[in-house]
Design a protein around this ligand. Structure first.
Ligand code: HEC
Length: 137
């Protein structure tokens, strides 16, 4: 009896987990902030330092992408550019942070790390978008 109960509980837990995982559908892209004069030094660095830079800096940055300097962001990853200056909606960095891609493996920070590195809020994504749209200065 005890065994069958724990089996049932285990099965139920697995179902809940499966449902939770499959519920990770792509999200809508938050709008760009209306703020003007957005700069990396003034607005963006503080955001990326908190949620991204720990993994994307140093001698062996993940995906060879450095997110702790403006030069690193503009340079991009082992796969090329991660932002398209002037087009934030098409910028991979924004899509990754806003969780708009179909493949949740591309979402940043990685799901397993969000307890240490918080997801960007819609307002923060809006600022990053405004910064890219305004020329990524
Ligand atoms: C806990 C570590 C960690 C944190 C924090 C993190 N990343 Fe990543 N990131 C990775 C890893 C690992 C990969 C490589 C994934 C792969 O190879 O499939 C990656 C890949 C990427 C890529 C794809 C690069 C490419 O072209 O292959 C982008 C863009 C990216 N991260 C942006 C971000 C942004 C923006 C943040 C913050 C909002 C962030 N990351 C936070 C670990 C992290």
């Amino acid at each position: 009896m005890k065994i069958s109960l724990s089996l049932t509980t285990g099965f139920a837990a697995t179902c809940v987990l499966a449902l939770t995982l499959s519920a990770q559908a792509a999200n809508p892209m938050p709008p760009a902030a209306t703020k003007t004069g957005v700069t990396y030094a003034g607005d963006i660095k503080v955001i990326l330092d908190k949620s991204c830079a720990k993994c994307h800096s140093g001698d062996r940055p993940k995906a060879k992408l450095k997110l702790d300097t403006l030069a690193g962001i503009l340079k991009g990853s082992r796969n090329g550019k991660v932002i398209i200056v002037g087009d934030s909606a098409k910028s991979e960095l924004v899509q990754a942070a806003a969780h708009t891609t179909e493949d949740s493996d591309e979402w940043m920070p990685p799901a397993k790390a969000v307890d240490r590195f918080p997801n960007l809020t819609a307002d923060q994504i809006g600022l990053v978008r405004a910064w890219i749209d305004q020329g990524a200065k």
